[in-house]
Design a protein around this ligand. Structure first.
Ligand code: NAP
Length: 244
């Protein structure tokens, strides 16, 4: 029987690439998106070209009842979840003085709250199965902080603390929990930045290029595989050397 991976926020960007990369490895894919659309159907088709099934599960990860539904539908279809990738995330950048309460709370609720909601539901099944991999998308700014991103950095630092705590809680059940902290990756999230801001960031990257969704998805592939079976509670930085 093939392994099953549930990826949140896989309608585009890094999540989409993670779904495609894991499908190429033979995983059945449960693909979460907020709302199904033409683009998502195209991703499903691309995934199914690898002779694996793809189930689209709609839901907003910041709502606990949606996380329950996403998990239930995946289990009903596949009977198991071997890998959970908590990828869904947003930014609402603003200096603290001008940041509205909603801008703080929505980023925390989706990024950190969503990770809690889905993990809480999925880990119950993994605990029964006595195996599983949970991979959380953090960010380098969750380690370093970043002016204008106090909401986002707090959510990502929270994800790192959550990852390490869960790794300790779940190790005895053979469930490994790790985080990936990407740096500057080319997706819609970073495309909104002005070109002078992008140039400044690029100057600070020793490898002198922005990362790709594939750069991140390949690390997810490793953390999901048997090759990483002695790694838990870690934060793998994928940033072309930016943070060091
Ligand atoms: P992106 O292109 O903006 O895509 C974000 C994805 O998350 C979309 O599929 C979006 O769905 C989904 N999403 C947002 N809110 C959601 C919710 N409430 N419920 C379910 N899905 C939701 O971002 P990305 O660059 O691929 O980022 C993916 C992850 O990597 C995020 O956690 C991000 O913080 C992290 N990361 C990215 C970078 C980077 O440089 N790009 C760096 C560090 C960390 P819709 O299509 O419905 O909006």
């Amino acid at each position: 029987m093939n392994k099953v991976a549930l990826i949140t926020g896989a309608s585009r960007g890094i999540g989409k690439q993670i779904a495609i990369t894991l499908a190429k490895e033979g995983y059945e894919i449960s693909l979460n998106c907020r709302k199904q659309n033409e683009e998502v159907l195209k991703i499903k088709e691309e995934i199914e070209n690898n002779n694996v099934k793809c189930l689209i599960v709609e839901g907003d990860v910041s709502k606990f009842e949606d996380a329950e539904k996403i998990t239930k539908q995946t289990i009903e279809e596949f009977g198991q979840i071997d890998v959970l990738v908590n990828n869904a995330g947003i930014t609402k950048d603003m200096l603290l003085l001008r940041m509205k309460e909603e801008e703080f709370k929505s980023v925390i609720n989706i990024n950190l709250g969503g990770t809690f909601n889905v993990t809480k539901n999925v880990s119950a099944y993994m605990m029964k199965a006595r195996k599983g991999r949970i991979i959380n998308l953090a960010s380098v700014v969750g380690i370093s902080g970043n002016a204008g991103q106090s909401n986002y950095a707090a959510s990502k630092a929270g994800i790192i603390g959550f990852t390490k705590s869960l790794a300790k809680e779940l190790a005895s059940r053979n469930i490994l929990v790790n985080a990936i902290a990407p740096g500057f990756i080319k997706t819609d999230m970073t495309d909104v930045l002005k070109s002078d801001v992008k140039d400044k960031i690029l100057e600070e990257i020793p490898l002198k290029r922005e990362g790709t969704a594939e750069d991140v998805a390949n690390v997810v592939k490793f953390l999901a595989s048997n090759d990483s079976s002695y790694i838990t509670g870690q934060v793998i930085v994928v940033d072309g050397g930016m943070l060091m």
